[in-house]
Design a protein. Sequence first.
Length: 480
Amino acid sequence: MKHILAILFAFVTVAVGAQTLEEALCYGLPVVVVNTVNGEEPTAERVDAPAGCLGVGITNATKVPGRVRIFYPGDAENPVFDSGEYDENKSGMLFKLRGNTSALDGKKPFKIKLQKKADLLMRGDKKNNDKDWALIRPTGGSTYPCPIVTMIGNKVAEILQVSDWIPAGQYVNLIVNDNFRGFYYLTETIKRNEKCRIDIDEETGCISELDAYWWNEDVYVESTLLSKNSWPYRFTFKYPDSDEITEEQLGDFKYFLDLFDASIERGRYPQLIDVESCARWLLAHQLLGTLDSAGSNIFFIRRNNHSELEMGPLWDFDSVFKVSSKWTSIMAVHYFRYMLWTSPNKLLAREMIRIWNSEKERIMTEVTDFYESLSGSELAQAIDCSIKANFRRWYVSLDDMNTTNRKLHEWFPTRTKEIDSLMTTLNTVDGDFTYDPFLDGIKEVEQTCTYANTHKVIQGKHLYIIRNDETYSVDGKRIK
């Protein structure tokens, strides 16, 4: 009997997977059609975290050449986008698996790397052209049943003004090699693109991630502060790429990171990090009720080697709407733990309170307007049809849009009241952070640093760092 059921299941899966483009377009969403050379599927191998580290990931992910086209409902003959057949650096695309644990499931997330820049979201402006795109799968199941978590998460980040760029995207259905793969979110990825994504200096800018999966990367940098307290995280890089980053760039990042670590312990972190962006990033996660502090990516941006850190965009919303009645765990880990709870400087706590009290009415109005605008819309109907097809393909349960709307109506007002109450638990009274161990007992002498083109100068019991003929305070702030 088990063998008969297995055969029937396989038959149903193949039959559903063989849905035509015309059928998929009837669901009402755009359809992304991928055809790889010789029908080859991208593959990867599972890799487990070493002892003392977190997570499960993939390695040896293959990059499969092919063609990608996008069709809009009502026209299965004329794609709105066509990459053409694969011709390295000229046309086509490379198709590969992405993600960590998610890449090991049946329904997998993918990455598309075009050989010629284009805007897969068809916004009509060449400035949005880029080579790198992602297909994110809604998780589903009883744990995370909301079908539009990524759209809601990005909207909350936009409303809270977390960063000056929020990844754009749209919901689609996906067909790979004539096999229907279901409901996905086609989105921009986190990367440097001065015209349309993250605008940083090409030579000295940096996009880093405080990464639980650092052990699966070739290049990473350790934080002295986090490591001495046994946090199993390291910094990895979205820009520069790990195979292009230079020793000088790594040294510059490590040098800055050491200053940042010391500034937190001495209560001087506002000189090195944009506290407002940090407060807005944390508030977005509080409003969303994010459960997973390891899986929700923590990006830091440094525009150039003279600028402070900024928080990057939010990414990975698989565990939102899961924490109620308390602060989310992200408040008690990593740098946020020190800046909020142990640093003598309480500016971050005060910023969170200031932003929340002054903007919560606007925030809630805009959030409510957004999800109410989806109710009964053509997009909502298309998503409902698509998640039904997705269930038939993968047997993954997602809430329909009416249920989603009802839950959002319950979640946001309730969570707002909870945050109002939680704000009273934040300590806003500064301690003593005027003492600087760097200056204690230092005589008026010039000291040579090991860092290239850098030396220290003490003038009137103030320590300055002279680097490339520019002057900085000990905390890295440039003296004009």
